[in-house]
Design a protein around this ligand. Structure first.
Ligand SMILES: C[S@@+](CC[C@H](N)C(=O)[O-])C[C@H]1O[C@@H](n2cnc3c(N)ncnc32)[C@H](O)[C@@H]1O
Length: 247
């Protein structure tokens, strides 16, 4: 981890201790490694020796660019009834989908197992909380750094989310251009992509209303299980598995 802003040295020291990452100087013997960087504006994840733009979570920029209503993901979660739901996004990544859901009025718990990625989410959420444009949306979001199965285990019957959302990393498809850089990096960071089928089965037990799974538009069903229905986007689709009582 590198601190690029001396006025934030104390914050960087606390974070490096929390994440168990040594604080090093810029370029200190780092060869092609992911490095968390504390800059004056934000926390970002760069790759030493790479010219790629670092990864960061910037919800404020997204707020201006997106309209949540009508998004296929929101339609998949809401079905015919658009009341606010409690949602557990078990594979939060950079929080793009979670933000769309929170923007539509839902309360979202973002579960991310990679500590660096979860730290980016925490940082983005904190900044969104200070921006009047995104403050109310940020209030509906909370980040948990954990393995999804542990987070789902922790949901007691009363606190169980109405919806569990899953967006595990897809296997790269030969048919399309390489996935966006952010996805490539998440793929490298999360190389041990656990057992999708077990996570799906657990999500179905815990969700009170439905499980929504993001897939490539022509990808196989998760755990080979056909959904009750699908909402299609341009490149991805959202498979919806409802409890009988919610259909
Ligand atoms: C495809 S990305 C999710 C992208 C996200 N939907 C977004 O909008 O940014 C998948 C993320 O889930 C995380 N992940 C995968 N399996 C997980 C698990 N079992 N528990 C927690 N996080 C997991 C990975 O570390 C990765 O960051």
């Amino acid at each position: 981890m590198v601190c690029l802003d001396q006025s934030r040295a104390e914050q960087a020291a606390v974070l490096s201790q929390r994440l168990g990452l040594p604080l090093v100087g810029r370029g200190d013997g780092l060869a092609d490694e992911f490095v968390l960087e504390v800059t004056p504006q934000r926390l970002q994840l760069g790759r030493s020796g790479s010219r790629d733009e670092p990864l960061a979570v910037d919800f404020s920029r997204r707020r201006l660019a997106q309209r949540a209503r009508g998004e296929p993901l929101v339609r998949a979660v809401e079905g015919r009834r658009s009341h606010p739901r409690s949602i557990l996004d078990a594979t939060a990544g950079l929080g793009t989908d979670a933000f769309v859901l929170a923007q539509a009025g839902h309360t979202v718990t973002l579960v991310e197992r990679h500590p660096d990625v979860a730290a980016l989410l925490d940082d983005g959420l904190e900044r969104a909380g200070h921006d009047p444009l995104t403050h109310a949306i940020a209030q509906r979001m909370r980040v948990v750094c954990a393995e999804a199965s542990a987070a789902l285990d922790d949901c007691s019957a009363l606190a169980a989310p109405e919806v569990v959302y899953l967006d595990p990393l897809f296997p790269p498809s030969g048919k399309h251009a390489l996935p966006k850089k952010a996805m490539q990096w998440l793929r490298i960071l999360g190389e041990q992509n656990g057992d999708e089928a077990a996570l799906f089965a657990q999500a179905r037990r815990v969700a009170r209303e439905k499980v929504v799974v993001k897939r490539p538009v022509r990808g196989p069903f998760i755990a080979d299980q056909a959904p009750d229905y699908t909402i299609k986007g341009r490149l991805v689709r959202f498979d919806v598995y409802s409890h009988a009582s919610d259909r």
